[in-house]
Design a protein. Structure first.
Lengths: 189, 189
């Protein structure tokens, strides 16, 4: 891989990106991260999460600003629509993950992007979560489709190759397409 | 299942919840939903998604208010920290999904909840997405742990049973623990 373009192509600090890769090669344990969210039930299907602190690069860190994530059900699903449904948040997570990869990979390959947009659609049959599917309908999405529109100073094949490489390196794409172990502990009282 | 308590226990409109179940039983096709997000790349690893319209109950619908989801990388991951990383959004999605189920199921079972909080932790080794894991490190979370604190007018076993039933009916828990087909289309130019 060769750095062929300006240091901040696509707004990516490419020298720092490559320096970070070198630092991780020299000390692989700094790549171990732990992300976190805290959630507090509000009322009905409405809950509020906060994303702030995380562990990474061998230390406790925090985002510059905490992010509040509101989730609820819309009226048609017997909620008060104080925010998207929880399962909807998987869709921007996927789009954003693929898009950040596209920007980084394009910068590393010397491609200047002028536009990257995407639409994500997730089909879900709520017979699953409603317990009315007779075991034949899953709870989650039956399928998710992402459609990218991407423009830049490279040919069609190169632009498609950047999206494909982003897919291969995407944390969210992996988390959705492959099983992740999830444990749930409960403290009562 | 018996409705044993007030119509709005836990802020859940239980009569409407049961009426909705009856409506879906009579007309299962109204349970087919499609959720969507639109994403626009901003700069570097920063992108902005919007969640607004969706299809459900046989019609095009929209949330009362669109929700904007900002995602970026923190400085330690060569971003400008305009929002959480994309993969962090999976954690509030999971907490919120389980929590909305807990409130609904508790209401259906006549249990008044006084507090439901949770912490979600996701361990991820970034050697995967950095392409430095030699194929042995996955891109996504190695594991996710949810810890619930739940209080209400029921014994420990009942409260644990509510969380367990919510897990069994959770869309996000399923989406993370089982594979979801994801397709990616690219339009260039």
């Amino acid at each position: 891989m060769t750095i062929t373009a300006g240091a901040h192509l696509n707004g990516v600090d490419t020298p720092t990106l490559f320096a970070t890769l070198d630092a991780v090669k020299a000390q692989p344990e700094i790549a171990k991260f732990q992300f976190r969210a805290e959630n507090t039930w509000q009322s009905g299907t409405h809950s509020r999460s906060t994303i702030s602190g995380f562990f990474g690069a061998g230390q406790e860190l925090a985002h510059e600003n905490p992010t509040v994530v509101e989730a609820d059900h819309p009226a048609v699903l017997v909620g008060r629509d104080r925010g998207p449904t929880p399962v909807e948040y998987l869709l921007p997570a996927l789009a954003a993950c693929l898009t950040s990869g596209v920007a980084n990979i394009a910068a590393a390959r010397g491609v200047a992007l002028t536009k990257v947009t995407s639409v994500v659609e997730g089909d879900i049959d709520l017979l699953g979560i409603l317990g009315l599917g007779g075991g034949a309908v899953r709870n989650g999405y039956e399928g998710i489709r992402v459609t990218f529109h991407i423009e830049g100073d490279a040919d069609d094949e190169t632009l498609r190759g950047i999206v494909e490489q982003s897919r291969r390196r995407s944390a969210v794409f992996d988390a959705l397409t492959n099983p992740t172990p999830v444990s749930i502990d409960v403290v009562t009282g």
